[in-house]
Design a protein around this ligand. Structure first.
Ligand SMILES: NC(=O)C1=CN([C@@H]2O[C@H](COP(=O)(O)OP(=O)(O)OC[C@H]3O[C@@H](n4cnc5c(N)ncnc54)[C@H](OP(=O)(O)O)[C@@H]3O)[C@@H](O)[C@H]2O)C=CC1
Ligand SMILES: CC(=O)N[C@@H](CCC(=O)OP(=O)(O)O)C(=O)O
Length: 335
C-alpha cells in the first residue's frame, strides 16, 4: 500500500478526497490535518460516522514526511505554497489543489500575491490530465487546475486551431456555491443565492489569465479571454458556455471526436450538457454546435471532483504508477 495524506481535510475538497480514498485499493489514508487538529475525522465530517475513525492533526511537515509518500494540499492559495516548499525538500510528492503552482510567476503575481516558492514553481506540472498525462507521471509536484479553467479548457482546446483569434471569445460560466469553499460570505449566504443567479467579477476573474496562459502554452495562440462567471443556486456543478468565431465551417462533433476518442472520462454528448449528469463524478461532458462561423461549446463538470478532488486523485494515481482511473467516481447523483 502507498501511504498518502490530506492537509485541509476539513474543507469541501478535503472531504471529497477522504471519500474517494476510503475506496482506493492502493492508497492508504495515513495522515489528515487541519489548521488546529485535535479532532477525529468523523467529528469533523459527521457524514463519515461509522465509515472511518481517524485522528486529524495540526499540519506538521516532519510528521507528513514520516507518514506519507504523497500528500494532497486542499488549502487556500498562499497557505499551500508555505507548506509545499517544506514538503518537497523532504521528498514528499505533492498534489496541490490551490492556485499556487498553476501559473508562470508573472501571471501568478499579477492575479494573486508575491510567490513564496519560486524555486519549485518551475518544476510544477499543470494537472489537466488529458493534456499533461506524460509529464504528470514523472512529476513530484502537480498543480490542480482551477475548476472554471478545467471545464473551459477541456471544451475549448480542441477548437483553438479553427478559431478566429482576432474576434472576441466569450466564456460564460456558472458554478454551484461549493466552488467558493466552506467559509461563509455575503454572496454565498442562503438568502442571497437562493432563487437567484448573478455574475461576479465579470471580465476580471483570476481564472481568465489561467485559461489564456494554458491556451498559449498548449497551442501557441495568444487569445483575449473574456470570462464571466455566475453563481447559481446549486450545491455543486459547473456549466461553461463558450461563444467564438470560426475561421472555417468545420464539423464540431468531428473535432471533438478526434480530440477525445480514446478518453474514458470525457463524454461527448449530442445534446446540450447539464450539471446533474456529472454531479458526483469525474466526467467532463462536452457538446458543440455551429451556425455558419458562430461556434457554441458547452461543457459541464462537478467543480469539487473533476474541478478539484478527483482530478487531483487522477494525477496522484499517475504519479504513483497506478491506473489513472483508480477509485475515481463515475456514477452521477441523479435524480
Ligand atoms: N471548491 C472548489 O470547487 C474548488 C476548490 N479549489 C481549490 O482547492 C483548495 C481547497 O478548496 P475548498 O476545499 O473548496 O476550500 P475550503 O474553504 O472548503 O477548505 C479549505 C480548508 O483549508 C483550511 N485552511 C484555511 N486557511 C488555512 C491556513 N492558512 N492554513 C492551513 N489551513 C487552512 C480550512 O480549515 P481549517 O483552518 O480548519 O484547517 C479549510 O477547511 C482551494 O485552494 C481552492 O481554491 C480548486 C478547484 C475547485
Ligand atoms: C463559485 C466560486 O466562488 N468559485 C471560485 C472558484 C473555485 C476555484 O477553482 O478556485 P481556485 O482557483 O481558487 O482554486 C471563485 O470564483 O473564486
Amino acid at each position: 500500500m502507498i501511504n498518502v495524506g490530506i492537509v485541509g481535510a476539513g474543507g469541501y475538497t478535503g472531504l471529497e478526497l477522504v471519500k474517494m480514498l476510503l475506496n482506493h485499493p492502493r492508497f492508504r489514508l495515513n495522515y489528515l490535518a487541519t489548521t488546529s487538529g485535535d479532532i477525529m475525522v468523523e467529528e469533523l465530517h459527521p457524514s463519515l460516522l461509522d465509515l472511518i475513525t481517524f485522528p486529524v492533526e495540526e499540519a506538521d511537515p516532519e510528521l507528513i514526511a514520516d507518514k506519507c509518500e504523497l500528500v494532497f494540499l486542499a488549502l487556500p492559495h498562499k497557505a499551500s505554497m508555505g507548506l509545499a516548499k517544506e514538503l518537497i525538500v523532504r521528498g514528499v510528492k505533492i498534489v496541490d489543489l490551490s492556485a499556487d503552482y498553476r501559473l508562470e510567476r508573472e501571471t501568478y503575481e499579477a492575479a494573486y500575491c508575491p510567490h513564496e516558492d519560486p524555486e519549485h514553481l518551475g518544476e510544477a506540472v499543470y494537472g489537466l490530465i488529458e493534456y499533461y498525462r506524460d509529464e504528470i507521471r514523472v512529476a513530484r509536484l502537480v498543480a490542480g487546475p482551477g475548476c472554471y479553467p478545467t471545464a473551459t479548457l477541456l471544451g475549448l482546446l480542441p477548437f483553438i486551431p479553427y478559431i478566429d483569434t482576432s474576434a472576441p471569445i466569450f466564456i460564460d460560466a456558472k458554478s454551484g456555491v461549493s466552488g467558493a469553499g466552506k467559509k461563509l460570505s455575503e454572496t454565498s449566504h442562503f438568502v442571497t443565492i437562493n432563487d437567484n443567479i448573478f455574475a461576479y467579477n465579470p471580465l476580471k476573474h483570476r481564472h481568465a489569465p489561467e485559461i489564456a496562459e494554458k491556451i498559449a502554452k498548449i497551442h501557441g495562440a495568444e487569445i483575449s479571454v473574456n470570462f464571466v462567471p455566475h453563481l447559481i443556486p446549486a450545491t455543486r456543478g459547473e456549466l461553461v458556455s463558450v461563444y467564438a468565431t470560426l475561421k472555417e465551417e468545420i464539423d464540431p462533433q468531428e473535432v471533438l471526436e478526434k480530440a477525445y476518442d480514446t478518453e474514458r472520462f470525457i463524454r461527448l454528448r449530442h445534446k446540450p450538457v447539464d450539471i446533474k449528469s456529472v454531479a458526483g463524478t469525474h466526467f467532463c461532458d462536452i457538446y458543440a454546435q455551429r451556425n455558419g462561423k458562430a461556434l457554441f461549446i458547452s461543457s459541464a463538470i462537478d467543480n469539487l471532483l473533476r474541478g478539484a478532488a478527483s482530478q487531483a486523485l487522477a494525477a496522484a494515481n499517475l504519479m504513483m504508477g497506478l491506473d489513472e482511473g483508480t477509485a475515481l467516481p463515475v456514477i452521477a447523483y441523479v435524480p
